[in-house]
Write a protein that binds this ligand. Sequence first.
Ligand code: ZN
Length: 443
Amino acid sequence: MPNARTRLILQNVILADDVFVAESPKDVCIENGRVTKIAPAHSLAGEAGTRVLPCEGLIAVPGLVDVHVHFREPGATQKEDIASGSRAAAAGGYTSVCCMPNTKPAVDSVATLCAIDQKGRETGMVHVFQTAAMTLGQSGDTLVPLRDMDATTTLCKELTGHGVAGVTEDGRSLMDETLMRQVSILAKELNLPVMDHAEDVSLVGGCMHEGEISAQLGLPGLPSEAEANIVRRDIRLAEETGAHFHLQHISAASSVALIREAKKRLSNLTAETAPHYFALTDSDVVRLGTMAKMNPPVRTEEDRLAIIEGLKDGTIDMIATDHAPHTEAEKAKPMESAPFGIVGLETGFSLGYTRLVRGGYLTLPQLIGKMCAAPSRLIGLPYETIREGMRADIMIFAPKENFVVRSEDFFSKGRNTPFEGETLFGRIRYTVLGGGLSYEYKE
Ligand SMILES: [Zn+2]
C-alpha cells in the first residue's frame, strides 16, 4: 500500500489535463493525500521527511481511469488476482479501475461484491471498483439484486456514490430483450450506466475477424454484424428507456457509423474502444496467432481507421484496456481453442501516446480526455485537474523516452500481449494514489 504520510514534491514537472498542456514547469507539493501547493519550478524546498521526485522533462496528468478490466478473482487467480492486477494498473498509470463481473462465481451478490471490495482496499494500489452482472451466474435467466448491490458501502460508494460502477454482462450479451429492458429501467432509476458487451450470440463460434484473412488461414470467423446487431438494439433501448447505455470495446467501422448517427439524437449513449483496435488489424493475426485473439476481434485496416476517426470526432468517448490475462499454457493452445483476450494495463497509455498523439491523430489533452475525464464521468467519479486542493491521484510520464515492451517485466501475471518487442514512447515514471507513490519506475 502506498505510504501517504511522506510529503512529496514533484520538482520541475509540466502539468497537463484534458484541456491544456502548461508551457512552463512547476513544483507540486503533495501532503496528506492532497496537492497543497503549486509553485514555480525549483522554488519548493525539501525539508526533512520530504521526498523530492526530480521530474525534468516529465509530464504530470490526472491519474488514469480504466472502465474495463478483468482481475479474475474470485475463481481464476492463476491468471491474475486483485493484488497482481492492482500492481499492473499502478504501473500503467491508472488510479481507478472497474472490474468486470465474469469471475467464478460471477459478481451477482452483495457477498461477492464485498469480498472483492475488501481485497481491493487491502491491496490499496489502485481504486478497485466493481461492476455488477446483469443476471445470476450470468446465465441470462434471473436479474441480480442490483438495488442492494448499488446500496452496498464499497470504496466505489465512497468515491462515486454508487456501490457498483455499473451493470454489465461482459463476456457475453444478455440476448433476452425483456430482461435487458428491465435491467435498463432499473439502471435508469438508480442512475447507473448499462455497460454492454455487444455481441449477437447467434453469430459467434469464430476465433478471428471474418474476412479475407480468416478465409486464407481457414479459420472460422466472427463477423462485424455480431457487434452491429446488438449496437443497433442497444441504441433502440437507450432511446426507449432513457437509461445511459455505454457500448464496450467497439471494434468495427459499422458500429462506429451507427453510434455516430445515434449520438445526433441521444445524449445517453457513450462508447469505448481498446488500444488493440487502433493499433492492430486481422493481418497481424498471421504473425501473432493467439496473442492477437480477443473478443471482439481486431478487424481490417478500414475498421482500424474508422475507430481512430471515431476517437477523433468524439463518437468514441473513451479508451479502456479490456485487460484480460490468461496463462501461457492456455494461450499456447491452437487458435480455435485458446481463450480470447490480452493484457493491456501496462501498455495502454503508451500505445495511446505513441500511436494516437505522436501519430498525429489526437492531442495529449484529447488522450487524457479519453483515458481519464470521460471514464470518470461515466462512473460518476469526480474528475479533478492538478491544482491546489486536488485529491492527489496523479500519473507522471516521460513523453520523449522510448522503451521496448517486455512482458517478463509486467506486474500482471498475464504475459499475453501482442505488443512484445514493440518500441513505445511515454513510459510511466510515477503513479501517485491518494498522495502516496503506488508505482515508481526503476531501471
Ligand atoms: Zn467483453
